[in-house]
Write a protein of this length. Structure first.
Length: 74
């Protein structure tokens, strides 16, 4: 089982963008994550062709993935 933290943002065009964090600290307080995301947004450093790629916060979530191998040939 693997867990990833997804930080979800909106662009200045209203589209969704995501930053994925592999092997995150689990059970983070939502206020701490939101504050970190606000710091990212306030830096205004992700732009492409005059589009702010991380203009506002959309949300954050943990995504857990379970893989059950049936078999593997080496």
């Amino acid at each position: 089982m693997t867990t990833k933290l997804e930080l979800r943002f909106k662009t200045s065009e209203g589209k969704s963008k995501m930053i994925g964090v592999s092997q995150p600290v689990l059970n983070l307080d939502s206020a701490v994550v939101e504050a970190a995301m606000k710091t990212i947004v306030d830096q205004n450093m992700f732009k492409k062709e005059d589009v702010n790629l991380l203009e506002s916060i959309k949300g954050a979530r943990y995504v857990t993935r379970t893989v059950d191998d049936l078999f593997e040939i080496e």
